[in-house]
Design a protein around this ligand. Structure first.
Ligand code: HEC
Length: 168
């Protein structure tokens, strides 16, 4: 077989097609690992928010009287929660990204999700204010409202589901 000009052109076109296919594939893999990273980050932040919940629970149960520590925990909880809620980008539901437990309702009922997010942030804001005032009775009432705000999206137990999270 002679390597004439048409043959070289065909090989050139084939190479171009193969390279383009590889590039598209690599971009797809990167996009997917980006989304996987987003899911892992928001889950870690939610977990961290739950960690901050316990020093607050201790005050609620009368096991701690350290309102300064509780105030710090409440501020951290709010921070983590706000950061986590900002990471629910479209295309990161359970059936789209491995490991995600996010329900599609987060996007199909986006205003409800946003409202539930606003409720938790504003309820923690109020808790921070109350902690600064030192009123433990008012704290107890408000702490229950913070718990309710979490339940607006999902149950407390890690395997639990809810309006916006699939159970395990
Ligand atoms: C606006 C809705 C919303 C609110 C309010 C909310 N969460 Fe979440 N949370 C979610 C969703 C959705 C997931 C699942 C995320 C995923 O799997 O990608 C989740 C996951 C979690 C997880 C599991 C993280 C993991 O490792 O998989 C914990 C723990 C958690 N939330 C704690 C809390 C606590 C504590 C509160 C209240 C202070 C709270 N959440 C309030 C929506 C919410």
């Amino acid at each position: 077989m002679r390597w004439g000009k048409p043959m070289i052109r065909i090989i050139g076109i084939c190479l171009a097609v193969i390279l383009t296919t590889i590039l598209i594939g690599v971009r797809g893999i990167y996009a997917q690992s980006d989304q996987r990273a987003t899911v892992m980050e928001r889950q870690a932040l939610m977990k961290s928010a739950l960690k901050s919940y316990f020093p607050l629970l201790a005050v609620y149960n009368g096991k701690s009287t350290n309102l300064t520590k509780a105030g710090e925990a409440a501020r951290k909880l709010k921070d983590d929660m706000a950061k986590s809620l900002a990471l629910f980008s479209e295309g990161t539901a359970k059936d789209q990204v491995p490991g995600s437990r996010a329900k599609p309702e987060i996007w199909s009922e986006a205003s409800d999700f946003e409202a539930a997010g606003n409720v938790v942030i504003s309820s923690v804001d109020k808790l921070i204010e109350i902690l600064a005032s030192g009123d433990v009775e008012a704290f107890k009432v408000q702490f229950s409202l913070v718990e309710q705000a979490c339940l607006g999206c999902h149950e407390f137990k890690p395997s639990g589901g809810g309006k916006f999270r699939f159970g395990k």
